[in-house]
Ligand binder design. Sequence first.
Ligand SMILES: [Zn+2]
Length: 364
Amino acid sequence: MGFEEYFGNKNTVELLRGMLARNRLPHTVLFSGPSGVGKYTLAQMLAKSQHCLEQENDFCGECRNCRLIGMADDRWAAVERAEQEREKLTKRPREIPLLIQHSPDVLLLPPNGPLRLFQIEQARHLKQALAFQPAAGRKKIFILPEIERMDAAAANSLLKSLEEPPPHSLLLLTTASEAALLPTIRSRCVSFWLSPLPERLVAAFLERKGVGRDAAERRLRAALGKGCPGRALRLDLEHYRQIRDSLLTILQAGLEGKNFAALFAETRKLANEKEGLENLLDVLYSLLQDILHIEAKANGESYRNADRPKLLWQVAHSLGVEGVKRVGALLNSMERNLRRNVPTQISLEAFAAGLAPLHRMSEE
Ligand SMILES: [Zn+2]
């Protein structure tokens, strides 16, 4: 156990460890990077390193303190448990700040509620709690994930605390969108950027966690997770496959310029499930990548959607190289639709309608 177990972003981790060793870690640290890249995991590791009973500036993961802090390692599960507890207490849960504390000196203040927002009550609690000395460990640690989910009122009430946190405190903030933060918040933090990992590293992470039936599934998860181990880990593969199959049906029906009944049934199904257009685009891009792979007759790494070889080959064959380029252009216009909030079903049908001429082109 210890920082060595952290996957990826070695330089950032080494930088932080160097700061720890020289007792130069800033009081307000902001981890930024895409969702699932490991920001919260690193914050948890830092918290453990400050309270571990066995190691100095690293952690064993086994001692009492490491285990207590580790109870919130799975943030989603910890938040769900805390929300359930809160609902038992009151009919108006929003008025009680959600605070998760397994160890006396480490407090997690996550966004919560149906809209997953940070509450002003949490900011108020944080301000009060900052005044207290740590109970046992070296530092009193506050972990605030996804601070882009904090509204202006909560953010403003925290400004002073962020600027002059007491010397015994350590605030660990994370965000997937540094640009969405108030400049006054950004300027009060020292930020560390965590980049997405190479797919083979994400696959190795999944193997370590015992996730995925085989190497092919881990490769698919890694590819769909876009270099973010947490995303690859939490991915609902069954759901992905359902969407993927719907989109393959749309692709095929659109290309053949017939079987419109099946096509509309699938677009309606996807629209009714309220599947976000952004997510659908991701899946379409993953299909397009496979089709390119087939077109290029590439050897070596097998493709992502290896469980649908026949359909993929059919689509690739109908499209040809020119067709694939046109599909790329159609996806670009879908992205524009996404920014303009065009309804999913309309956007998908426009995409399918744009496919039919491509099929004829390949037959000429
Ligand atoms: Zn320990």
